[in-house]
Design a binder for this molecule. Structure first.
Ligand code: ASP
Length: 336
C-alpha cells in the first residue's frame, strides 16, 4: 500500500513538473478579434453633419455585428472578413462596391483582395466594372484558380462564370461620387491641390478566429480621377493587403501609389518577423515615420496572432472600429 501511495506521489509530482507554466502576467489570446476600416482622409467634424456621422457609425456597427456573429459562432476569420466587406461594399457611403469613386473617364473600376494567414493563399481582382461585390470575386480567384490576381475583362468574365452577381455599370453610380469627380476636374483646371477626401476612401477588415487563424480583406473604388486602367495598392498582396498567422493581418487605405512603393502591409509583417517589433511599433513606424515623411497619406488596421490590434493613420480621420469578446469601439476622428 505504502509503495502504491509513494508511486502515485511521484507520478503526481512529475506531472506537475511537466505541466506548461502558466504565467498569470501573460495575456491570453482572445476567442476572436475583428478590426474594420472604411477609409482614411480629411474627415473632420466640421465637414460632417450629425446625420451623416450617425449613418457612418451605424454601418460600421452593422459591419462589426456581421463579422462578430460569425466569429462568435465559431466561424473562420476568412468568413468574417468576407461578410464585413460585402456589407460595406453594398453601402453607398464607402468607396467600394456601390459608392465607388469615378475614374477620369467617368467610369468605375474596382479592386479587391483577400489573404488567408494560415496558408498564405491570396486572391484579388483589379479594375472590374460590373461585378457587384468585387471581394467575392477575389475569394473565387483564391479558391478556384491557380492565380493570385485577375484584372479587367478577364476578371469580369471569370466572376460571371463562377456565378457571381453581375450588374450594369450604372449600379455603381452615386450622385455624391460623381460630384466629387466634377469638383476634382474643375479644381484640376484651376491647378488646385485636391483634398485627400475627394480623392480616396476604401473598406477593409482583418480578423483572428478561435483557431488562431488570421485573414485580411480590402475593397476599393480606388482614387477619384485616377487614369482608367490604374491599379492601386488594395489588390496588390503585400501593399494594401497581407496576412500571415506567424505575424499579423493588415488592410490599408490611403494614397495607393505610396502603399505599393513602401510595400506597407508586408512591411508591418516583416518588421515583426525580422525585426522583432510589436505590431503597434511596426504599424506606427511605417505610417507615421516612413510614409508621412515621404508624403504618403493614409492608414491601416491590423491584428496580430495574439489579438493585439492597431488602427494607425496619418490623416485627419479614419472610419474604423474593432470588436473582441466584451469590447467594441467605432470611431471616425483622430482625437477620439
Ligand atoms: N488605397 C486606395 C487606392 O489607392 C484608395 C484608398 O484607400 O483610399 O486605390
Amino acid at each position: 500500500m505504502k509503495d502504491i501511495i509513494f508511486g502515485l506521489s511521484i507520478l503526481f509530482i512529475a506531472s506537475c513538473m511537466n505541466a506548461p507554466e502558466s504565467n498569470p502576467s501573460e495575456p491570453e489570446r482572445p476567442a476572436y478579434t475583428l478590426v474594420i476600416h472604411g477609409g482614411a482622409g480629411t474627415i473632420t467634424r466640421s465637414g460632417m453633419t450629425p446625420d451623416m456621422e450617425a449613418e457612418y457609425l451605424a454601418v460600421l456597427d452593422a459591419a462589426l455585428d456581421a463579422g462578430e456573429n460569425i466569429l462568435k459562432n465559431g466561424g473562420t476569420s476568412l468568413e468574417a472578413v468576407r461578410d464585413v466587406i460585402v456589407l460595406m461594399e453594398d453601402s453607398p457611403l464607402f468607396n467600394a462596391g456601390k459608392g465607388a469613386v469615378f475614374t477620369h473617364a467617368g467610369t468605375n473600376e474596382l479592386d479587391a483582395a483577400v489573404m488567408d494567414g494560415k496558408t498564405l493563399m491570396a486572391g484579388a481582382v483589379a479594375a472590374v466594372g460590373n461585378v457587384k461585390n468585387p471581394i467575392l470575386a477575389a475569394f473565387e480567384v483564391m479558391e478556384h484558380t491557380e492565380h493570385v490576381l485577375l484584372s479587367g475583362k478577364g476578371a469580369e468574365e471569370f466572376a460571371a462564370a463562377r456565378g457571381l452577381e453581375i450588374v450594369d455599370p450604372s449600379y455603381f453610380f452615386t450622385e455624391r461620387r460623381w460630384k466629387s469627380l466634377q469638383t476634382v476636374l474643375e479644381k484640376e483646371k484651376q491647378q488646385a491641390e485636391l483634398s485627400e477626401q475627394e480623392k480616396h476612401g476604401t473598406v477593409g477588415a482583418v480578423a483572428l478566429d478561435k483557431n488562431g487563424n488570421l485573414a485580411a480583406a480590402t475593397s476599393t473604388g480606388g482614387m477619384t480621377n485616377k487614369k482608367y486602367g490604374r491599379i492601386g495598392d488594395t489588390p496588390v498582396v503585400g501593399a494594401g493587403t497581407y496576412a500571415d498567422n506567424a505575424t499579423c493581418a493588415v488592410s490599408c487605405t490611403g494614397h495607393g501609389e505610396y502603399f505599393i512603393r513602401y510595400a506597407v502591409a508586408h512591411d508591418v509583417s516583416a518588421a515583426m518577423r525580422h525585426g522583432g517589433k510589436s505590431l503597434a511599433s511596426a504599424a506606427k513606424d511605417i505610417i507615421h515615420t516612413r510614409l508621412l515623411s515621404n508624403g504618403g497619406s493614409g492608414g491601416l488596421i491590423a491584428v496580430d496572432a495574439m489579438g493585439n490590434i492597431s488602427m494607425e493613420f496619418n490623416t485627419e480621420g479614419m472610419y474604423r472600429g474593432y470588436a473582441k469578446p466584451g469590447e467594441r469601439e467605432v470611431k471616425i476622428y483622430q482625437d477620439q
